[in-house]
Design a protein around this ligand. Structure first.
Ligand code: PHE
Length: 492
């Protein structure tokens, strides 16, 4: 309503007058709020109803101290009024006044020759005017005061300069005494009524900025995952279906020739499910061959020589590695005749019962790649690892012999980190054992080379994050998710 009143006043005024010389004076004269008047002028100027010119003025505003004196009077007057006609002792006066009022008041009142300062304080005049208070009040009300007073008040830090901004306003090329509201949309009703003929449409503003997008920030892990997916796809790998977090011990461990007493199968390392606690179905004939290879060996292996228990294999768990999925895929592949070579990859979540710290979470993501073909060698694995890791910007690699129950040989992968100036472990790899592949029914000369790494590690290196909890989990740093830089894997 205030805006409408201001608009009416401005356009009405310009109907008979050449110019509004000063928007501040105009607002005061019409009892309008200046900031509202300014908003209306800007809008009218935008639509060229008026031409507005900036005007600036140095004005004065009261400091906190100045505001206080404008309210309750200057300290010198407060002091004067506290001195009775018969005079007063210094101690008594000091008791009656605020310390700052006494200090400033006595200095000023003394200088004005209003009082005689000493052990005994007495009046030298009968009456005083509070000129300071009057001046401060005038300034507060936007009225002018003389230059000497300004100087004095400024010296006492009771006023401070401020730039006042306003406008002078003249009629513009589109001036009209009343603003026509420009239509923004052509509606069905406009067409039916036919009033579209008389409507004035708002022009398109092609340089208007859209609202900042607040939703839909892609998480750094997902960005890095997408880049890795692209790399695997360029290299001709197919993605494995990893949409089952719950897995049976059989597929997670037994099928991988991981013995049932292995410490990783302990509840200290693995999350077992309470309900449903066991799996419903396993391929029975394959299971028999797995049991036999654990207990007695075969395929030129001696096995582990323990009593393999079905109950242990049935236990449901949250998969501890995506190699459980690789195992299922290889088993499926082995059922297909004739044999078909395959390159598979996956990037998805795994779970381990770990103490959480800066570098460990109980839930993280694994990147896994495997190639299944006749006659592959360790040389092929090393070659593929060089190819894969150089595509993510890690071209200096070293390998260290390692142990996995399901691979032989096994190699830990290290990469030279330029930023850290040292070799860091980035993954694990190996060739799947015959004890794992042959019970599946894969042909004897088929070899599988495979490797795995976490998605979090390269993401943290890439984004310079040193606490994994900022990246993922319930303590995730939302600011980091919203404002993360564009980072790309690779050397460029
Ligand atoms: N499954 C292994 C791990 O969880 C990674 C790996 C995958 C090792 C494939 C060798 C071959 O660390």
């Amino acid at each position: 309503a205030e805006a409408e009143m201001a608009e009416e006043a401005i356009l009405g005024f310009l109907q008979t007058r050449e110019e509004i010389a000063d928007s501040g004076e105009f607002a005061a004269a019409h009892g309008l709020d200046h900031s509202e008047v300014v908003n209306v002028i800007k809008s009218l100027h935008g639509f060229r109803y008026v031409d507005a010119q900036d005007i600036k003025r140095e004005t004065w505003v009261l400091t906190e101290e100045g505001k206080k004196y404008a309210d309750v009077g200057s300290p010198e007057v407060q002091l004067f009024l506290a001195v009775p006609p018969e005079g007063i002792s210094r101690e008594e006066l000091q008791k009656r006044l605020d310390p700052s009022v006494f200090k400033i008041g006595s200095a000023q009142a003394g200088k004005n020759k209003w009082v005689e300062m000493g052990k005994h304080i007495s009046r030298k005049v009968q009456h005083v005017d509070d000129k300071v208070k009057d001046m401060l009040t005038r300034i507060k009300d936007g009225q002018g005061i003389d230059a000497d007073s300004i100087k004095a008040l400024k010296a006492r830090k009771l006023i401070t300069p401020q730039t006042w901004k306003g406008y002078s306003v003249k009629r513009g090329p589109n001036y009209a005494p009343k603003r026509k509201k420009a239509a923004t949309d052509l509606t069905r009703e406009n067409l039916q009524r036919g009033d579209w003929r008389d409507l004035e449409f708002k022009e398109y503003n092609f340089s208007a900025k859209g609202p900042p997008s607040e939703g839909g920030h892609v998480h750094p892990l997902l960005k890095v995952r997408q880049q890795l997916k692209n790399i695997f796809l360029y290299m001709g790998f197919e993605e494995m279906p990893t949409n089952n977090y719950v897995e049976s011990s059989f597929w997670n461990f037994d099928a991988l020739f991981q013995p049932q007493q292995h410490p990783a199968r302990d509840s200290h390392d693995t999350f077992f499910l309470k309900a449903p606690s066991t799996t419903r179905e396993l391929p029975e004939d394959y299971l028999e061959r797995v049991k036999r290879v654990h207990e007695l060996g075969g395929y030129q292996s001696r096995g582990y020589g323990y009593e393999w228990k079905r109950d242990e294999a049935n236990k449901n768990l949250l998969r501890t590695h995506t190699t459980a999925v690789s195992t299922r895929m290889l088993y499926l592949l082995a059922q297909k005749k004739p044999f078909e070579p395959k390159k598979y990859f996956s990037i998805d979540r795994v779970f381990r019962n770990e103490a959480v710290d800066r570098t460990h979470l109980a839930e993280f993501h694994q990147i896994e790649g495997l190639i299944c073909d006749r006659g592959l060698t360790l040389g092929d694995l090393i070659g593929v690892l060089h190819d894969f890791f150089s595509r993510i910007g890690m071209s200096k690699l070293r390998f260290k012999p390692a142990y996995n129950p399901y691979t032989e040989p096994s190699m830990e992968i290290f990469s030279y980190h330029e930023g850290l100036g040292k070799w860091v472990e980035i993954g694990n790899s190996g060739m799947f054992r015959p004890e794992m592949l042959l019970p599946m029914g894969l042909p004897e000369d088929v070899r599988v080379i495979a490797w795995g790494l976490s998605l979090e590690r390269p993401t943290m290196i890439l984004y310079g994050i040193d606490n994994i909890r900022d990246l993922f989990g319930h303590k995730v740093d939302l600011g980091l998710i919203k404002k993360n830089p564009i980072c790309r894997l690779g050397n460029n």
